[in-house]
Design a binder for this molecule. Structure first.
Ligand code: MEV
Length: 442
């Protein structure tokens, strides 16, 4: 038996890493070696950039890069880049974009752009001693961080507010020094975390200078300093609306029936977490795809979105629907902490391409584009669910993938297309039908 543990793996060359992997984990090392190296980029510089993004990289994992055209957002036209592996998502976004472009397009607005982070600590003294000294500590922190905040301040951002928050009710002794930030066009994670770590040092010194530990059963214990990915104050709204009578061209469903069924589908997602999870997953199909294409952190966006969806104490739909005075309105409020400078946005060659495709937006414009894409996706998914069901569309794409996997000829494809027009599609069914056809023509 081979020993599948290794020390010093990170120090091996890329080829050395691949050799160790293929020899230890694969039945056919040469074939896998070829597969892994086949996906290296031809451009050495680009490959080095990608390798530099992570550790122990041995190859690239390719995902489709698609475009959803015909989005009209606040009167401006966009073709939106989407990176996603799931079939039907881009088709659905494109459908909804076109549908709403003929009905006034998407309206969006940024409500606020504040991000927060905390120095998390335990201290068992009187909370009012902290609030009484806050003005002094605030000044000390701003002075200590001046070098770090200068450039951000020039761009109109920086530290917004510093405050102590008592978390005693949640956990004895638990408190936090909360700092809110404006990070302009950058997502700002590094900026925020650097300031928080500096603030922790300043706070510790300030505690010593004010002999605060003498006034507590237990001395100050700083646990950690980190931004919060929960950004409910970095909020954007997207909506579409039109008279119910204009909800035409929805299969053969009349506008009023469609509006009523759509409203009820969204209500179900508002009151039932089991449905809300899938409903919101559909929203994130759209959101994640643009977030990824523009080099932003989709895990942060997802984590925040789901936490926000549970802000009332019950996990709910992120979108909502109203029908009032004959007007159908479908809207969504969602926190999206995005950046268009810094991070991957300019490093990843495809992220810069996406941003250029979008007209090099600032962070606020990107928030609105992403929110509109999420709402479009949600509209298209719910429309399918309450009319034909989603399988029809999914199966069409799935069928194409099956044909590709079975390496059919154009003639075979034409025959199978016709045969499966009214037959249930599965890999096995297509495979069997193809075999039958091939046997007949032998
Ligand atoms: C599939 O990826 C997403 C949907 O399930 C979303 C929804 O049910 O609303 C279609």
């Amino acid at each position: 038996m081979t020993d599948k543990r290794v020390s010093g793996f990170s120090k091996l060359s890329k080829t050395g890493k691949i050799k160790w992997i293929v020899n230890n984990f694969f039945k056919n090392p040469e074939q896998v070696m070829k597969e892994l190296t086949r996906h290296w980029l031809n451009d050495q510089d680009d490959q080095e950039i990608i390798d530099g993004l992570s550790e122990n990289t041995i190859s690239n994992f390719i995902l489709p890069y698609s475009v959803a055209p015909n989005f009209v957002i606040n009167g401006k036209e966009y073709a939106i880049p989407m990176v996603i592996e799931e079939s039907s998502v881009v088709a659905a976004a494109s459908y909804a974009a076109k549908y709403w472009s003929a009905r006034g397009g998407f309206r969006t607005r940024v409500i606020s752009t504040i991000k927060e982070g905390s120095v998390y600590f335990f201290w068992k003294g009187d909370f009012s001693l902290l609030t009484a000294g806050l003005t002094e500590l605030d000044t000390l922190i701003r002075e200590a961080c001046a070098g770090m905040t200068a450039r951000m301040e020039e761009r109109g951002g920086g530290i917004i507010q510093i405050e102590f928050i008592d978390m005693e009710e949640e956990e004895p002794g638990y408190k936090k020094l909360n700092i809110s930030f404006e990070t302009c066009n950058s997502m700002g994670a590094n900026f925020i975390n650097s300031i928080l770590e500096e603030a922790a040092v300043v706070m510790e010194t300030w505690f010593e200078a004010n002999e605060l530990d003498k006034k507590s059963d237990e001395p100050l214990q700083i646990i950690m300093s980190i931004l919060s990915n929960y950004t409910p104050k970095c909020l954007v709204e997207a909506s579409v609306e039109c008279p119910v009578s204009r909800l035409t061209e929805i299969q053969d469903m009349d506008p009023q029936t469609f509006a009523d069924r759509f409203y009820k589908a969204v209500r179900i997602a508002e009151v039932d977490p089991a449905r809300a999870t899938t409903h919101n997953k559909g929203i994130f199909n759209g959101i994640d795809a643009v977030v990824l294409a523009t080099g932003n952190d989709f895990r942060a966006i997802e984590a925040c979105g789901h936490a926000y969806a549970a802000r009332t104490g019950q996990y709910q739909s992120l979108s909502t629907c109203t029908i009032e005075g004959g007007i159908f309105r479908f809207s969504m409020m969602i926190p999206l902490a995005l950046g268009t400078i810094g991070g991957l946005t300019k490093i990843h060659p495809m992220a810069s391409c996406s941003l250029e495709l979008l007209g090099n937006p600032g962070a606020e414009e990107l928030m609105q584009i992403v929110a509109a894409t999420g709402l479009a996706q949600n509209f298209a998914a719910v429309r399918s669910l309450i009319t034909t069901g989603i399988q029809k569309g999914h199966m069409k794409m799935h069928f194409k993938n099956i044909l590709w996997q079975l390496k059919v000829t154009p003639d075979e494809e034409a025959y199978l297309n016709q045969y499966f027009e009214d037959q249930p599609i599965s890999f096995a069914a297509v495979h069997d039908q193809l075999e039958k056809m091939r046997r007949k023509t032998e």
